[in-house]
Design a binder for this molecule. Structure first.
Ligand code: PBG
Length: 320
């Protein structure tokens, strides 16, 4: 027999030597929820919403773990939500305060990212402004995203991450940032973002009051080619990084995007992906650590350079 592939699997040292994909803590980004008050998120065991007063510590721990970045999400008080999501772009909105507190604590020791989207801040729960017919108005929303990105940049975000799937959002945000002198603030585009059932636990995390669904702006899970199209458009609009979301069920899209992208590619292992692993592990049906390692390795194998995962801190500890 000329070919015996098993030879390269004979010892642990051999397997380490020939491993094609290696996960490093610096490639991991921890999503973090900041609110006026803290609270555990019941559908995501082990994940909490953090109060503003504790957010600096969370960021400092991420630095100690050697992570590449943290992605901040704001959870406003119910009374601060309105039809246009003004808390999302006011200078004293919860997310802006969270960004500032984090930057004050960690400086440039970790990349500080902010989710640029209005759904946490609107009383109807949609990612943008509604027109008279109750539909999300693309261009009015993009104008609001410009303000939101500027507010985040002023608060100290290194990276703004538009996740609302509005057309032309990347170009508009780039233009707004440059116009205000923030030429060094990067745009991480959630380029291929699907209307996914796997965001379910996140909606609890941010106490979203979504009425209806997001299928007029997020993509149809049935569409592969369209994921690449969205990424190509965002690259042309000047995205510094592109992202595919969710991750595990969209590895084909991720592979396509990695193929065409000339900038770093991120993938987001979303709340439902986390909760599924947790639920099965709690039942004793799967080996938790092995499942976490395998899932993130597979996402990188498919083409991700960066993975956003709620496991970032724990996984980094296992890797070290
Ligand atoms: C939009 C946003 C969402 C997530 C990240 N950014 C929710 C949505 O689009 O419905 C989901 C993340 C997750 O499920 O972990 N602000």
């Amino acid at each position: 027999m000329t070919h015996r592939p098993r030879r390269l699997r004979t010892t642990g040292a051999m397997r380490e030597l020939v491993r094609e994909t290696r996960v490093h803590a610096r490639q991991l980004v921890l999503p973090v929820f900041v609110g006026a008050t803290g609270a555990p998120i019941s559908s995501m065991p082990g994940v909490s919403r953090h109060p503003l007063s504790g957010i600096g510590d969370v960021a400092a721990r991420a630095v100690d773990a050697g992570l590449g970045g943290i992605m901040l999400f704001g959870v406003p008080e119910e009374a601060d939500k309105d039809a246009i999501g003004s808390a999302g772009f006011s200078p004293d909105g919860i997310l802006q305060r969270g960004i500032a507190a984090v930057r004050e604590r960690v400086g440039d020791d970790i990349v500080v990212m902010a989710d640029t989207c209005l759904d946490e801040f609107t009383d109807h729960g949609h990612c943008g402004l509604l027109d008279a017919a109750g539909l999300v108005d693309n261009d009015a929303t993009v104008a609001a995203y410009r303000e939101m990105a500027l507010a985040q940049a002023r608060a100290g975000a290194h990276v703004v991450a538009p996740s609302g799937m509005m057309d032309r959002q990347v170009l508009a945000i780039r233009d707004a940032l440059d116009g205000d002198g923030f030429t060094d603030v990067s745009v991480l585009a959630y380029s291929a973002k699907y209307a996914s059932a796997f965001y379910g636990p996140f909606r609890e995390a941010v106490a979203s009051s979504l009425q209806g669904d997001r299928r007029t702006y997020q993509q149809d899970p049935a569409n592969r080619r369209e994921g690449m199209r969205e990424a190509i458009l965002d690259l042309a609009e000047g995205a510094d990084m592109v992202m595919v979301k969710p991750a595990s069920h969209y590895l084909d899209v991720l592979s396509d995007v990695a193929e065409v992208s000339d900038v770093p590619v991120a993938a987001y292992q979303v709340s439902g992906e986390y909760s599924m692993i947790e639920a099965a592990a709690q039942q004793g049906w799967i080996d938790r650590e092995a499942a976490v390692r395998e899932s993130v390795t597979a996402i990188m194998r498919a083409g991700a350079d960066i993975v956003l995962t709620y496991y970032a801190e724990e996984l980094a500890a296992w890797l070290n």
